[in-house]
Design a protein around this ligand. Structure first.
Ligand SMILES: Nc1ncnc2c1ncn2[C@@H]1O[C@H](COP(=O)(O)OP(=O)(O)O)[C@@H](O)[C@H]1O
Ligand SMILES: [Mg+2]
Length: 512
Protein backbone atom coordinates (compact mmCIF):
# COMPACT_ATOMS: atom_id res chain seq x y z
CA UNK A 1 0.00 0.00 0.00
CA UNK A 2 1.37 3.44 -0.92
CA UNK A 3 2.52 5.72 1.88
CA UNK A 4 -0.10 8.21 0.64
CA UNK A 5 -2.96 5.79 1.32
CA UNK A 6 -1.45 4.64 4.58
CA UNK A 7 -1.26 8.22 5.85
CA UNK A 8 -4.86 8.96 4.78
CA UNK A 9 -6.14 5.76 6.32
CA UNK A 10 -4.29 6.32 9.57
CA UNK A 11 -5.52 9.90 10.01
CA UNK A 12 -9.08 9.01 9.06
CA UNK A 13 -9.10 6.04 11.45
CA UNK A 14 -7.86 8.13 14.37
CA UNK A 15 -10.25 11.01 13.77
CA UNK A 16 -13.22 8.69 13.25
CA UNK A 17 -12.54 6.93 16.53
CA UNK A 18 -12.18 10.28 18.32
CA UNK A 19 -15.42 11.68 16.84
CA UNK A 20 -17.40 8.52 17.61
CA UNK A 21 -16.16 8.40 21.19
CA UNK A 22 -16.92 12.07 21.78
CA UNK A 23 -20.37 11.96 20.17
CA UNK A 24 -21.32 8.79 22.04
CA UNK A 25 -20.22 10.23 25.36
CA UNK A 26 -22.06 13.53 24.86
CA UNK A 27 -25.21 11.87 23.52
CA UNK A 28 -25.33 9.35 26.38
CA UNK A 29 -24.90 12.08 28.91
CA UNK A 30 -27.60 14.25 27.36
CA UNK A 31 -30.06 11.32 27.19
CA UNK A 32 -29.36 10.33 30.78
CA UNK A 33 -29.78 13.93 31.91
CA UNK A 34 -33.01 14.33 29.97
CA UNK A 35 -34.50 11.17 31.54
CA UNK A 36 -33.48 12.25 35.04
CA UNK A 37 -35.11 15.68 34.67
CA UNK A 38 -38.29 14.16 33.23
CA UNK A 39 -38.46 11.77 36.16
CA UNK A 40 -38.07 14.68 38.60
CA UNK A 41 -40.79 16.55 36.72
CA UNK A 42 -43.21 13.61 37.08
CA UNK A 43 -42.35 13.37 40.81
CA UNK A 44 -43.08 17.09 41.33
CA UNK A 45 -46.34 16.83 39.35
CA UNK A 46 -47.35 13.82 41.52
CA UNK A 47 -46.63 15.77 44.75
CA UNK A 48 -48.64 18.79 43.56
CA UNK A 49 -51.55 16.60 42.43
CA UNK A 50 -51.54 14.77 45.80
CA UNK A 51 -51.66 18.06 47.72
CA UNK A 52 -54.45 19.43 45.60
CA UNK A 53 -56.62 16.31 46.11
CA UNK A 54 -56.20 16.14 49.91
CA UNK A 55 -59.60 17.75 50.52
CA UNK A 56 -61.37 15.69 47.85
CA UNK A 57 -60.03 12.49 49.41
CA UNK A 58 -60.81 13.67 52.96
CA UNK A 59 -64.41 14.44 52.03
CA UNK A 60 -64.74 11.52 49.66
CA UNK A 61 -65.59 14.01 46.88
CA UNK A 62 -65.16 11.83 43.88
CA UNK A 63 -66.36 14.36 41.32
CA UNK A 64 -63.92 17.00 42.52
CA UNK A 65 -61.10 14.56 42.39
CA UNK A 66 -62.03 13.64 38.81
CA UNK A 67 -62.22 17.29 37.75
CA UNK A 68 -58.86 17.91 39.43
CA UNK A 69 -57.30 15.07 37.51
CA UNK A 70 -58.86 16.12 34.20
CA UNK A 71 -56.30 18.94 33.99
CA UNK A 72 -53.85 16.33 32.66
CA UNK A 73 -55.68 16.41 29.36
CA UNK A 74 -53.49 19.45 28.66
CA UNK A 75 -50.40 17.29 29.08
CA UNK A 76 -50.51 14.30 26.73
CA UNK A 77 -47.41 12.74 28.19
CA UNK A 78 -49.25 11.94 31.46
CA UNK A 79 -50.82 8.64 30.63
CA UNK A 80 -52.50 7.78 33.91
CA UNK A 81 -53.06 9.27 37.40
CA UNK A 82 -54.75 7.04 40.04
CA UNK A 83 -55.95 8.06 43.54
CA UNK A 84 -56.46 5.36 46.24
CA UNK A 85 -58.14 5.64 49.60
CA UNK A 86 -56.54 4.78 52.93
CA UNK A 87 -57.35 1.12 52.46
CA UNK A 88 -55.69 1.02 49.06
CA UNK A 89 -58.89 0.77 46.99
CA UNK A 90 -59.23 2.86 43.84
CA UNK A 91 -60.96 6.15 44.60
CA UNK A 92 -60.63 8.08 41.34
CA UNK A 93 -58.50 7.85 38.19
CA UNK A 94 -57.45 9.66 35.05
CA UNK A 95 -56.62 7.73 31.89
CA UNK A 96 -55.27 9.38 28.76
CA UNK A 97 -56.90 9.26 25.39
CA UNK A 98 -57.44 5.71 24.21
CA UNK A 99 -55.85 6.57 20.78
CA UNK A 100 -52.38 6.68 22.25
CA UNK A 101 -52.80 3.43 24.14
CA UNK A 102 -54.77 3.34 27.39
CA UNK A 103 -53.20 2.48 30.68
CA UNK A 104 -55.86 1.40 33.18
CA UNK A 105 -55.55 2.33 36.83
CA UNK A 106 -55.24 -0.95 38.82
CA UNK A 107 -58.00 -1.52 41.40
CA UNK A 108 -55.52 -1.68 44.27
CA UNK A 109 -52.22 0.10 44.99
CA UNK A 110 -50.30 -3.07 45.19
CA UNK A 111 -51.17 -4.13 41.59
CA UNK A 112 -48.94 -2.98 38.78
CA UNK A 113 -50.65 -1.97 35.54
CA UNK A 114 -49.67 -3.58 32.21
CA UNK A 115 -47.51 -1.88 29.55
CA UNK A 116 -45.58 0.55 31.75
CA UNK A 117 -42.08 -0.88 31.21
CA UNK A 118 -39.75 1.97 30.32
CA UNK A 119 -42.38 4.55 31.37
CA UNK A 120 -41.83 7.11 34.11
CA UNK A 121 -43.80 6.43 37.32
CA UNK A 122 -44.26 8.27 40.61
CA UNK A 123 -46.05 7.29 43.87
CA UNK A 124 -47.10 9.70 46.68
CA UNK A 125 -49.10 9.45 49.89
CA UNK A 126 -51.93 11.89 50.43
CA UNK A 127 -52.03 13.01 54.05
CA UNK A 128 -53.46 15.64 56.32
CA UNK A 129 -51.22 16.51 59.21
CA UNK A 130 -49.97 13.07 60.30
CA UNK A 131 -52.98 11.12 59.11
CA UNK A 132 -52.57 9.22 55.82
CA UNK A 133 -55.75 9.65 53.76
CA UNK A 134 -54.74 7.76 50.65
CA UNK A 135 -52.16 7.56 47.88
CA UNK A 136 -51.53 8.67 44.30
CA UNK A 137 -49.89 6.78 41.44
CA UNK A 138 -48.83 8.48 38.19
CA UNK A 139 -47.52 7.15 34.91
CA UNK A 140 -45.94 9.38 32.19
CA UNK A 141 -44.66 8.15 28.82
CA UNK A 142 -41.19 8.80 27.31
CA UNK A 143 -42.36 10.31 24.04
CA UNK A 144 -40.49 13.56 24.65
CA UNK A 145 -37.37 11.68 25.63
CA UNK A 146 -37.61 9.51 22.51
CA UNK A 147 -38.05 12.60 20.32
CA UNK A 148 -35.08 14.19 22.06
CA UNK A 149 -32.94 11.08 21.55
CA UNK A 150 -33.92 10.94 17.91
CA UNK A 151 -33.07 14.62 17.41
CA UNK A 152 -29.76 14.39 19.24
CA UNK A 153 -28.71 11.30 17.27
CA UNK A 154 -29.50 13.14 14.04
CA UNK A 155 -27.47 16.14 15.15
CA UNK A 156 -24.54 14.01 16.34
CA UNK A 157 -24.61 11.94 13.15
CA UNK A 158 -24.60 15.05 10.95
CA UNK A 159 -21.81 16.57 13.02
CA UNK A 160 -19.78 13.35 12.82
CA UNK A 161 -20.33 13.18 9.05
CA UNK A 162 -19.21 16.78 8.63
CA UNK A 163 -16.18 16.23 10.82
CA UNK A 164 -15.38 13.13 8.75
CA UNK A 165 -15.60 15.04 5.46
CA UNK A 166 -13.56 18.00 6.70
CA UNK A 167 -10.95 15.63 8.18
CA UNK A 168 -10.76 13.73 4.90
CA UNK A 169 -10.21 16.93 2.92
CA UNK A 170 -7.59 18.18 5.37
CA UNK A 171 -5.85 14.81 5.43
CA UNK A 172 -5.72 14.56 1.65
CA UNK A 173 -4.29 18.07 1.54
CA UNK A 174 -1.75 17.65 4.33
CA UNK A 175 -0.61 14.11 3.57
CA UNK A 176 0.64 15.47 0.26
CA UNK A 177 3.18 17.67 2.03
CA UNK A 178 4.58 14.58 3.76
CA UNK A 179 4.20 11.88 1.12
CA UNK A 180 4.88 14.15 -1.90
CA UNK A 181 8.64 14.59 -1.29
CA UNK A 182 9.02 10.92 -0.29
CA UNK A 183 7.21 9.77 -3.43
CA UNK A 184 9.37 12.10 -5.51
CA UNK A 185 12.52 10.69 -3.87
CA UNK A 186 11.29 7.16 -4.53
CA UNK A 187 10.64 8.05 -8.20
CA UNK A 188 14.19 9.43 -8.57
CA UNK A 189 15.65 6.30 -6.94
CA UNK A 190 13.57 4.16 -9.30
CA UNK A 191 14.74 6.11 -12.36
CA UNK A 192 18.38 5.76 -11.24
CA UNK A 193 18.15 2.00 -10.78
CA UNK A 194 16.38 1.61 -14.12
CA UNK A 195 18.70 3.74 -16.25
CA UNK A 196 21.87 3.43 -14.11
CA UNK A 197 22.29 7.16 -14.53
CA UNK A 198 24.08 8.46 -11.43
CA UNK A 199 24.08 12.05 -12.70
CA UNK A 200 20.39 12.39 -11.69
CA UNK A 201 19.62 14.11 -8.37
CA UNK A 202 16.71 14.32 -5.96
CA UNK A 203 14.91 17.68 -5.53
CA UNK A 204 15.88 19.54 -2.35
CA UNK A 205 14.61 22.66 -0.60
CA UNK A 206 11.93 21.09 1.63
CA UNK A 207 11.41 22.57 5.07
CA UNK A 208 11.58 19.32 7.06
CA UNK A 209 13.69 16.18 7.50
CA UNK A 210 12.89 15.18 3.91
CA UNK A 211 15.36 17.84 2.86
CA UNK A 212 18.07 16.18 4.99
CA UNK A 213 17.12 12.86 3.43
CA UNK A 214 17.22 14.25 -0.13
CA UNK A 215 20.56 15.93 0.47
CA UNK A 216 22.04 12.77 1.99
CA UNK A 217 20.67 10.79 -0.98
CA UNK A 218 22.27 13.26 -3.42
CA UNK A 219 25.57 13.14 -1.52
CA UNK A 220 25.52 9.36 -1.71
CA UNK A 221 24.72 9.53 -5.43
CA UNK A 222 27.62 11.94 -5.94
CA UNK A 223 29.92 9.52 -4.13
CA UNK A 224 28.68 6.59 -6.25
CA UNK A 225 29.10 8.65 -9.42
CA UNK A 226 32.63 9.65 -8.35
CA UNK A 227 33.57 6.05 -7.56
CA UNK A 228 32.07 5.01 -10.89
CA UNK A 229 34.24 7.49 -12.73
CA UNK A 230 37.32 6.55 -10.71
CA UNK A 231 36.68 2.91 -11.49
CA UNK A 232 36.33 3.70 -15.17
CA UNK A 233 39.52 5.79 -15.10
CA UNK A 234 41.32 3.01 -13.26
CA UNK A 235 40.08 0.55 -15.86
CA UNK A 236 41.24 2.77 -18.67
CA UNK A 237 44.58 3.29 -16.91
CA UNK A 238 44.89 -0.41 -16.37
CA UNK A 239 44.25 -1.04 -20.03
CA UNK A 240 46.72 1.66 -20.97
CA UNK A 241 49.30 0.31 -18.51
CA UNK A 242 48.84 -3.22 -19.77
CA UNK A 243 49.31 -2.02 -23.35
CA UNK A 244 52.31 0.03 -22.30
CA UNK A 245 53.85 -2.91 -20.42
CA UNK A 246 53.12 -5.22 -23.33
CA UNK A 247 54.83 -2.78 -25.67
CA UNK A 248 57.78 -2.54 -23.29
CA UNK A 249 57.95 -6.30 -22.95
CA UNK A 250 57.78 -6.71 -26.72
CA UNK A 251 60.53 -4.12 -27.12
CA UNK A 252 62.62 -5.88 -24.45
CA UNK A 253 61.97 -9.21 -26.12
CA UNK A 254 62.98 -7.77 -29.48
CA UNK A 255 66.11 -6.32 -27.92
CA UNK A 256 66.97 -9.60 -26.25
CA UNK A 257 66.41 -11.43 -29.52
CA UNK A 258 68.58 -8.92 -31.31
CA UNK A 259 71.26 -9.29 -28.66
CA UNK A 260 71.06 -13.04 -28.98
CA UNK A 261 71.24 -12.80 -32.78
CA UNK A 262 74.19 -10.44 -32.45
CA UNK A 263 75.96 -12.86 -30.12
CA UNK A 264 75.34 -15.78 -32.48
CA UNK A 265 76.69 -13.66 -35.30
CA UNK A 266 79.59 -12.69 -33.07
CA UNK A 267 80.36 -16.33 -32.36
CA UNK A 268 80.20 -17.10 -36.08
CA UNK A 269 82.51 -14.18 -36.82
CA UNK A 270 84.76 -15.08 -33.90
CA UNK A 271 85.20 -18.66 -34.98
CA UNK A 272 85.80 -17.47 -38.51
CA UNK A 273 88.25 -14.82 -37.33
CA UNK A 274 90.07 -17.29 -35.10
CA UNK A 275 89.95 -20.15 -37.57
CA UNK A 276 91.47 -18.23 -40.51
CA UNK A 277 94.82 -17.31 -38.83
CA UNK A 278 94.89 -20.55 -36.82
CA UNK A 279 94.38 -22.56 -39.96
CA UNK A 280 97.12 -20.57 -41.70
CA UNK A 281 99.53 -21.11 -38.78
CA UNK A 282 98.83 -24.86 -38.55
CA UNK A 283 99.03 -25.57 -42.27
CA UNK A 284 102.10 -23.36 -42.83
CA UNK A 285 103.90 -24.99 -39.86
CA UNK A 286 103.18 -28.55 -41.06
CA UNK A 287 104.08 -27.54 -44.58
CA UNK A 288 107.43 -26.13 -43.30
CA UNK A 289 108.08 -29.27 -41.24
CA UNK A 290 107.44 -31.52 -44.20
CA UNK A 291 109.45 -29.50 -46.68
CA UNK A 292 112.24 -27.93 -44.60
CA UNK A 293 114.82 -30.24 -46.24
CA UNK A 294 113.75 -29.83 -49.82
CA UNK A 295 112.39 -26.27 -49.80
CA UNK A 296 114.34 -23.25 -50.93
CA UNK A 297 115.55 -21.06 -48.03
CA UNK A 298 113.46 -18.10 -49.24
CA UNK A 299 110.33 -20.22 -49.19
CA UNK A 300 110.80 -21.25 -45.55
CA UNK A 301 111.26 -17.66 -44.40
CA UNK A 302 108.12 -16.74 -46.36
CA UNK A 303 106.26 -19.41 -44.36
CA UNK A 304 107.56 -17.93 -41.13
CA UNK A 305 106.55 -14.43 -42.18
CA UNK A 306 103.02 -15.64 -42.90
CA UNK A 307 102.93 -17.54 -39.57
CA UNK A 308 104.04 -14.37 -37.79
CA UNK A 309 101.36 -12.27 -39.50
CA UNK A 310 98.63 -14.77 -38.64
CA UNK A 311 99.82 -14.95 -35.03
CA UNK A 312 99.77 -11.18 -34.77
CA UNK A 313 96.22 -11.12 -36.15
CA UNK A 314 95.19 -13.81 -33.71
CA UNK A 315 96.69 -12.02 -30.73
CA UNK A 316 95.04 -8.75 -31.83
CA UNK A 317 91.72 -10.52 -31.88
CA UNK A 318 92.23 -12.06 -28.46
CA UNK A 319 93.32 -8.67 -27.12
CA UNK A 320 90.21 -7.00 -28.51
CA UNK A 321 87.91 -9.50 -26.89
CA UNK A 322 89.75 -9.30 -23.60
CA UNK A 323 89.82 -5.50 -23.77
CA UNK A 324 86.10 -5.20 -24.20
CA UNK A 325 85.42 -7.79 -21.55
CA UNK A 326 87.65 -5.88 -19.12
CA UNK A 327 86.14 -2.51 -20.05
CA UNK A 328 82.58 -3.75 -19.76
CA UNK A 329 82.85 -5.90 -16.72
CA UNK A 330 84.73 -3.98 -14.14
CA UNK A 331 86.92 -1.17 -13.04
CA UNK A 332 89.57 -0.04 -15.44
CA UNK A 333 92.71 1.89 -14.68
CA UNK A 334 93.25 5.04 -16.74
CA UNK A 335 96.55 6.94 -16.71
CA UNK A 336 95.84 10.59 -17.55
CA UNK A 337 98.86 12.44 -18.93
CA UNK A 338 99.39 15.74 -20.70
CA UNK A 339 100.30 15.31 -24.34
CA UNK A 340 99.95 16.51 -27.90
CA UNK A 341 97.05 15.09 -29.93
CA UNK A 342 99.02 15.39 -33.18
CA UNK A 343 101.63 13.05 -31.68
CA UNK A 344 98.98 10.49 -30.67
CA UNK A 345 97.48 10.58 -34.17
CA UNK A 346 100.88 9.96 -35.70
CA UNK A 347 101.48 7.01 -33.34
CA UNK A 348 98.20 5.54 -34.55
CA UNK A 349 99.13 6.12 -38.18
CA UNK A 350 102.38 4.29 -37.50
CA UNK A 351 100.43 1.25 -36.26
CA UNK A 352 98.30 1.02 -39.42
CA UNK A 353 101.06 1.88 -41.86
CA UNK A 354 101.13 -1.56 -43.52
CA UNK A 355 97.35 -1.60 -43.93
CA UNK A 356 97.51 1.87 -45.54
CA UNK A 357 100.22 0.77 -47.87
CA UNK A 358 98.26 -2.32 -48.91
CA UNK A 359 95.49 -0.10 -50.29
CA UNK A 360 97.77 2.76 -51.26
CA UNK A 361 95.85 5.14 -48.99
CA UNK A 362 97.18 8.47 -47.74
CA UNK A 363 96.43 10.37 -44.53
CA UNK A 364 95.78 14.10 -44.53
CA UNK A 365 96.14 16.03 -41.27
CA UNK A 366 93.70 18.94 -40.94
CA UNK A 367 94.55 20.58 -37.65
CA UNK A 368 93.69 24.02 -36.35
CA UNK A 369 96.69 26.16 -35.49
CA UNK A 370 95.76 26.78 -31.86
CA UNK A 371 95.65 23.21 -30.60
CA UNK A 372 96.70 23.08 -26.98
CA UNK A 373 98.12 20.02 -25.23
CA UNK A 374 95.48 17.71 -23.82
CA UNK A 375 95.21 15.45 -20.77
CA UNK A 376 94.15 11.87 -21.59
CA UNK A 377 95.19 8.22 -21.39
CA UNK A 378 97.62 8.21 -24.34
CA UNK A 379 97.59 4.49 -25.03
CA UNK A 380 93.80 4.33 -24.88
CA UNK A 381 93.31 7.31 -27.23
CA UNK A 382 95.87 5.76 -29.60
CA UNK A 383 93.79 2.54 -29.39
CA UNK A 384 90.65 4.50 -30.30
CA UNK A 385 92.24 6.32 -33.25
CA UNK A 386 93.86 3.07 -34.45
CA UNK A 387 90.47 1.34 -34.36
CA UNK A 388 88.83 4.20 -36.26
CA UNK A 389 91.66 4.30 -38.82
CA UNK A 390 91.42 0.52 -39.14
CA UNK A 391 87.72 0.80 -40.00
CA UNK A 392 88.33 3.73 -42.35
CA UNK A 393 91.01 1.72 -44.17
CA UNK A 394 88.89 -1.43 -44.23
CA UNK A 395 85.93 0.35 -45.86
CA UNK A 396 87.87 2.78 -48.13
CA UNK A 397 88.44 2.22 -51.83
CA UNK A 398 91.93 1.79 -53.22
CA UNK A 399 94.11 4.96 -53.48
CA UNK A 400 91.82 7.09 -51.34
CA UNK A 401 92.53 9.67 -48.65
CA UNK A 402 91.68 9.55 -44.96
CA UNK A 403 91.42 12.91 -43.22
CA UNK A 404 92.20 13.42 -39.53
CA UNK A 405 90.62 16.67 -38.40
CA UNK A 406 91.34 18.19 -34.97
CA UNK A 407 89.79 21.29 -33.41
CA UNK A 408 89.08 22.92 -30.05
CA UNK A 409 85.45 23.78 -29.23
CA UNK A 410 83.34 24.98 -26.30
CA UNK A 411 80.69 22.52 -25.16
CA UNK A 412 78.37 23.31 -22.21
CA UNK A 413 80.66 26.20 -21.35
CA UNK A 414 83.78 24.03 -21.14
CA UNK A 415 86.63 23.61 -23.70
CA UNK A 416 86.69 20.28 -25.52
CA UNK A 417 88.84 18.65 -28.21
CA UNK A 418 87.11 17.21 -31.25
CA UNK A 419 88.82 14.60 -33.45
CA UNK A 420 87.20 13.40 -36.71
CA UNK A 421 88.26 10.46 -38.86
CA UNK A 422 86.84 11.02 -42.34
CA UNK A 423 87.05 8.46 -45.13
CA UNK A 424 85.75 8.10 -48.70
CA UNK A 425 84.38 4.60 -48.23
CA UNK A 426 81.04 2.85 -48.27
CA UNK A 427 79.40 4.96 -45.54
CA UNK A 428 76.81 3.84 -43.00
CA UNK A 429 73.20 3.01 -43.91
CA UNK A 430 70.65 5.54 -42.62
CA UNK A 431 69.41 4.76 -39.10
CA UNK A 432 72.37 2.51 -38.22
CA UNK A 433 74.72 5.30 -37.07
CA UNK A 434 74.09 4.54 -33.38
CA UNK A 435 73.67 0.79 -33.69
CA UNK A 436 77.22 0.16 -34.96
CA UNK A 437 78.58 1.24 -31.55
CA UNK A 438 76.90 -1.70 -29.83
CA UNK A 439 79.05 -4.76 -29.18
CA UNK A 440 79.08 -7.39 -31.92
CA UNK A 441 77.21 -5.07 -34.31
CA UNK A 442 78.07 -4.45 -37.91
CA UNK A 443 76.18 -2.31 -40.39
CA UNK A 444 73.85 -4.04 -42.82
CA UNK A 445 76.12 -2.85 -45.62
CA UNK A 446 79.24 -4.61 -44.36
CA UNK A 447 78.09 -7.65 -42.42
CA UNK A 448 79.07 -10.03 -45.16
CA UNK A 449 80.49 -12.47 -42.63
CA UNK A 450 83.85 -11.91 -44.16
CA UNK A 451 85.53 -10.57 -41.06
CA UNK A 452 85.44 -8.10 -38.19
CA UNK A 453 84.01 -8.80 -34.77
CA UNK A 454 81.95 -5.69 -34.27
CA UNK A 455 83.88 -4.94 -31.09
CA UNK A 456 86.15 -2.08 -32.24
CA UNK A 457 83.60 0.76 -31.96
CA UNK A 458 82.19 -0.64 -28.68
CA UNK A 459 85.71 -0.50 -27.23
CA UNK A 460 86.14 3.05 -28.59
CA UNK A 461 82.90 4.21 -27.02
CA UNK A 462 83.85 2.74 -23.65
CA UNK A 463 87.19 4.48 -23.69
CA UNK A 464 85.75 7.85 -24.78
CA UNK A 465 83.00 7.67 -22.16
CA UNK A 466 85.60 6.89 -19.52
CA UNK A 467 87.15 10.22 -20.54
CA UNK A 468 83.74 11.89 -19.98
CA UNK A 469 83.42 12.40 -23.72
CA UNK A 470 81.16 11.18 -26.48
CA UNK A 471 81.51 9.59 -29.89
CA UNK A 472 79.23 9.32 -32.89
CA UNK A 473 79.29 8.48 -36.58
CA UNK A 474 77.64 10.06 -39.59
CA UNK A 475 77.79 10.02 -43.37
CA UNK A 476 79.78 12.75 -45.06
CA UNK A 477 77.86 15.71 -46.40
CA UNK A 478 79.02 15.03 -49.99
CA UNK A 479 77.33 11.64 -49.86
CA UNK A 480 80.40 9.39 -49.94
CA UNK A 481 82.23 8.01 -46.95
CA UNK A 482 81.98 8.06 -43.20
CA UNK A 483 82.90 10.57 -40.56
CA UNK A 484 83.46 9.31 -37.02
CA UNK A 485 83.88 12.09 -34.45
CA UNK A 486 84.91 11.82 -30.81
CA UNK A 487 84.94 14.67 -28.31
CA UNK A 488 86.80 14.68 -24.98
CA UNK A 489 87.19 17.45 -22.37
CA UNK A 490 90.32 19.49 -22.87
CA UNK A 491 91.01 20.19 -19.22
CA UNK A 492 91.15 17.08 -17.06
CA UNK A 493 93.29 16.73 -13.95
CA UNK A 494 96.41 14.69 -14.54
CA UNK A 495 97.07 11.44 -12.69
CA UNK A 496 95.79 7.92 -12.67
CA UNK A 497 92.14 7.16 -12.01
CA UNK A 498 89.97 4.11 -11.74
CA UNK A 499 86.90 4.21 -13.94
CA UNK A 500 84.03 1.92 -13.25
CA UNK A 501 82.28 1.10 -16.51
CA UNK A 502 78.70 0.02 -16.00
CA UNK A 503 77.99 -1.31 -19.48
CA UNK A 504 78.52 -0.43 -23.10
CA UNK A 505 75.13 1.26 -23.34
CA UNK A 506 74.99 2.47 -19.75
CA UNK A 507 76.34 5.43 -17.84
CA UNK A 508 79.76 5.60 -16.27
CA UNK A 509 81.16 7.25 -13.20
CA UNK A 510 84.56 8.60 -12.41
CA UNK A 511 86.50 8.18 -9.23
CA UNK A 512 89.78 10.00 -8.56
N1 LIG B 1 84.51 3.97 -41.57
C1 LIG B 1 83.47 3.15 -41.70
N2 LIG B 1 82.78 3.10 -42.88
C2 LIG B 1 81.72 2.26 -43.02
N3 LIG B 1 81.25 1.45 -42.03
C3 LIG B 1 81.90 1.48 -40.84
C4 LIG B 1 83.01 2.32 -40.60
N4 LIG B 1 83.43 2.14 -39.33
C5 LIG B 1 82.62 1.21 -38.80
N5 LIG B 1 81.71 0.81 -39.70
C6 LIG B 1 80.63 -0.18 -39.48
O1 LIG B 1 80.55 -0.42 -38.10
C7 LIG B 1 80.77 -1.78 -37.82
C8 LIG B 1 81.39 -1.95 -36.47
O2 LIG B 1 82.72 -1.53 -36.52
P1 LIG B 1 83.71 -2.11 -35.45
O3 LIG B 1 83.03 -2.00 -34.16
O4 LIG B 1 84.99 -1.47 -35.62
O5 LIG B 1 83.75 -3.65 -35.82
P2 LIG B 1 84.53 -4.40 -36.98
O6 LIG B 1 85.46 -3.43 -37.57
O7 LIG B 1 85.17 -5.51 -36.29
O8 LIG B 1 83.45 -4.83 -37.92
C9 LIG B 1 81.55 -2.26 -38.97
O9 LIG B 1 81.45 -3.64 -39.15
C10 LIG B 1 80.99 -1.51 -40.11
O10 LIG B 1 79.80 -2.11 -40.52
MG1 LIG C 1 86.88 -2.28 -36.56
Amino acid sequence: MSIKHKLTLMTMGISLAAVLLTVTAITSYLIYDMRASKLAEVAVTASLTGDRNTAAVAFMDNARARSNLDIFRQNPSIRAACIYDARGKIFSGYEADKTIGAIKCPSATRLIPDGIDNMLTAKRTIHQKDEILGSLFMVADTREIDAFVHKIIMIAGTAALMVFIVTLLLTVYFQRTISGPILELAATAHAITQHRDYTLAARTGYSDETDVLARAFNAMLGEVHKRDRELMDANENLEYNVQERTRELQAAKKKAEEASDAKSEFLRNMSHEFRTPLHAIVSLASYGLKEHNSALPGQISQYFELIQKSSERLSRLVNEVLDLARLEQGEHMFLLQRGDMRELLQRSEELVRTMLAEKNLSIRYDQEASIAPIVCDHDKIVQVVTNLLGNAIKFSPQDGTITLHTSMLIENGAPVMEVSVIDEGVGIPKGEEKLIFDSFRQSSRTNTGAGGTGLGLAICRNIIRAHSGHIHASNNANGSGTCVIFVIPATMPEGSRVVHMQSTEGKHENAA
